[in-house]
Design a protein around this ligand. Structure first.
Ligand SMILES: Cc1cc2nc3c(=O)[nH]c(=O)nc-3n(C[C@H](O)[C@H](O)[C@H](O)COP(=O)(O)OP(=O)(O)OC[C@H]3O[C@@H](n4cnc5c(N)ncnc54)[C@H](O)[C@@H]3O)c2cc1C
Length: 471
């Protein structure tokens, strides 16, 4: 089958536009969900694509999708491949639709504060081209050096400056997309239209299950006149959390909130350990100064002590270090698939739940009990961007030959279900992918059926990224 598909795809995109060579496929055989983090789903990571196709225009994307519908071959859209839940992981014998070659900057306007990008533009490149036009990209994840505009929209990612600018999806003004049946749609990049369904939301946070983003106009921001970056130390996680709630209650508007226990602290498995708040403000000078003064005042009420300026600046400068490491250690190697699936004695997860503010501390106490009962070490508790966004990183040693870790897989399900039961959402940052799709029904109830009906009307043969977000 692969040979026939390859020849057909080459007729659409040209002879250099598709390949089934193993060395070309390795880059696309998986995303950042390695076996060390997949638990009971590790087996699904052995699926292999049959072909990768690199379209260069939305019309080619459309023809590929129409062809896939006819042949009933699954298609997985692929941006930077940095998603952590396997949303871009292949389905056996699928076509990988890589957006690598659709990486142009289509327009910038420092008058309108917009940038229009093709989906394969890496966020760091988008930020840099905007910077040269005196504008800021509001989405600044750890993975800025490696993730793409299309991938960030499709996962509705969250970054360092989300306290002020919101998620990537919040910044989308308009898109062009090819729906799963090959139909090309374009939404108007105008602020707040009031007529009809906002069809761009079909593409935001839906992990390439409804369509492929082929162009996006993003709201950009002026370069700030002044930026203050600071850090504040707290004696306990709870004290700092209360301070962050105080900032919100008094309508202080930080650009960045990055708060948490030290992951490399010797006391890291204790329930109440020192925690550090990294905070920034951006804007015009008088406003930034008064916002920071009020913020420091609030932090002091909760026993916060200002840390060194050097430490705050070091944090800001190194904020993309994990993305750079991933680029160097995985993406730039000869065999990214081999590196991702390397055997390891280390199993971990890093979860990002969204809870009502009133439930965060109680949820954390429940998790501390649950992890202690299972003998699992928690390395970090944190809050990102807003008090509702609560994250925790935990790990366990296992035998090297052991592919799965049933205990960790079960614990992940338990803590995410608990977040749902406490009125929250199981993920605010990374989407669902193949790893969390079994928990989507509990999250959306009958809403999931509505989503599936919409999906069927656009994708009658379920070819676009099946088995992921919508199960
Ligand atoms: C070291 C590291 C740090 C990270 N830090 C952050 C962080 O701070 N914040 C954060 O939010 N995430 C973070 N992530 C996760 C990841 O970078 C994000 O989920 C990112 O948005 C994915 O972008 P991508 O281009 O790699 O998409 P991919 O992984 O290629 O794809 C993600 C999903 O989007 C779909 N897709 C991709 N392109 C398109 C398109 N054009 N049209 C339709 N669907 C498409 C894919 O099918 C898949 O379902 C991190 C990951 C790593 C490895």
């Amino acid at each position: 089958m692969a040979k026939g598909v390859l020849a057909d795809l080459k007729r659409i995109v040209g002879s250099e536009g598709a390949s089934d060579r193993p060395d070309r496929l390795s880059r696309y055989t998986g995303d950042a969900l390695g076996t060390f983090r997949a638990f009971q789903f590790a087996g699904r990571l052995s699926a292999r694509p049959s072909v990768v196709v690199w379209p260069q225009t939305s019309h080619q994307v459309s023809r590929v999708l129409r062809y896939a519908q006819q042949q009933q071959v699954p298609v997985v859209p692929y941006g930077g491949g940095t998603g952590v839940f396997g949303a871009a992981a292949p389905i056996e014998n699928c076509i990988i639709l890589s957006l690598d070659k659709m990486n142009g900057v289509l327009g910038l306007s420092s008058y309108d504060f917009t940038g229009t990008f093709q989906p394969g533009v890496v966020l760091a490149d988008a930020a840099s081209v905007l910077g040269s036009a005196s504008m800021l990209l509001g989405h600044d994840p750890w993975s800025r050096p490696i993730a793409t505009v299309g991938g960030a929209i499709s996962t509705d990612g969250v970054g360092y400056t989300a306290a002020r600018h919101g998620s990537m999806g919040d910044q989308v003004l308009g898109i062009e997309a090819v729906l799963a049946d090959g139909e090309i749609i374009r939404t108007r990049a105008s602020a707040k239209p009031t007529n009809g369904l906002p069809l761009d939301r079909l593409l935001v946070g839906t992990e390439g299950t409804f369509g492929v983003v082929t162009e996006a106009t993003i709201q950009t921001f002026p370069l700030p006149e002044k930026r203050v970056i600071a850090c504040v130390e707290f004696p306990t996680f709870e004290a700092g959390f209360q301070a962050i709630c105080g900032l919100y209650a008094e309508q202080v508007r930080p650009t960045m909130i990055d708060y948490g226990t030290e992951s490399d602290s010797a006391a890291r498995s204790k329930a109440d350990e020192d925690a550090t708040l990294y905070i920034s403000f951006e804007g015009f000078e008088e406003d930034v100064k008064s916002q920071w003064n009020r913020a420091l005042d609030i932090c002091r009420r909760y026993y916060g002590v200002e840390g060194s300026q050097e430490e705050a600046v070091r944090f800001w400068r190194t904020r993309h270090a994990s993305g750079e490491r991933y680029k160097h250690n995985v993406l730039e190697t000869q065999d990214p698939a081999g590196v991702r699936h390397k055997a390891s004695s280390f199993r971990m997860d890093y979860l990002h739940v969204s809870l009502p503010i009133s439930q965060v501390l109680e949820y954390r106490r429940n998790c501390i009990r649950l992890f202690a009962d299972r003998g699992i070490k928690v390395r970090e508790w944190s809050i990102w961007a807003r008090p509702e966004f609560f994250s925790f990183l935990f790990e366990q040693e296992v035998d090297k030959g052991c592919e799965t870790s049933p205990v960790l897989g079960q614990v992940v399900d338990e803590v995410l279900t608990l977040a749902q039961q406490m009125g929250g959402s199981m993920e605010y940052c990374h989407g669902v992918g193949l790893k969390l799709s079994h928990l989507v029904a509990a999250e959306h109830g009958s809403g999931l059926d509505v989503m599936r009906r919409i999906k069927r009307s656009i994708d009658p043969n379920d070819v676009l990224n099946p088995g992921k977000l919508l199960g």
